[in-house]
Design a protein around this ligand. Structure first.
Ligand code: HEC
Length: 131
């Protein structure tokens, strides 16, 4: 009985012991499901860059706008932005940044646009036209 236990332990231990080759084979098998990085593997460099999703710079800047204009620009507290031309968005944001009154609720946009740079406005306009 005691021997049986030893054998079972020895077998299960060997089942968990993996060589680098085995680890690499496992990583290779599951890499199509997600971006997996196994200990001991080179996880940076070209592979990581290839896996990175291409995003527009305006996407992160739009996060704060989404609260009022919707994640897809569908509108909410603020008007719908989806379907607008980039020039239109740039014009409006530039006006709000200068504290100009566009509509009845422009005051809500003044604070939003105050700290935007020209590049931010361009990036945001590009992102909004991608909806
Ligand atoms: C607190 C809510 C709120 C947030 C946050 C907000 N907006 Fe607005 N936005 C509004 C409202 C309300 C208006 C309408 C203002 C008016 O009456 O002129 C507006 C108007 C606009 C317009 C003009 C729309 C049109 O139809 O003419 C643009 C463009 C715009 N916002 C872009 C943005 C961007 C880009 C951000 C993020 C940097 C942002 N907004 C953040 C509420 C918000």
């Amino acid at each position: 009985m005691r021997y049986l236990l030893v054998i079972i332990l020895a077998l299960s231990a060997s089942a968990f012991a993996q060589t680098d080759e085995q680890r690499a084979a496992i990583a290779d098998r599951i890499k199509s499901f997600s971006n997996v990085c196994v200990a001991g593997q080179d996880c940076g460099g070209a592979a990581a860059a290839a896996a990175a999703v291409v995003t527009l710079p305006g996407e992160a800047k739009y996060a704060v706008c989404a609260a009022c204009h919707g994640t897809d620009g569908g509108g909410g507290i603020g008007p719908m932005l989806a379907g607008r031309e980039a020039d239109y968005i740039v014009g409006r944001l530039t006006a709000y940044r200068a504290n100009e009154t566009v509509g009845a609720q422009s005051a809500l946009m003044w604070g939003q646009a105050a700290a935007l740079t020209d590049d931010d406005i361009q990036d945001l306009a590009e992102y909004v036209t991608s909806f």
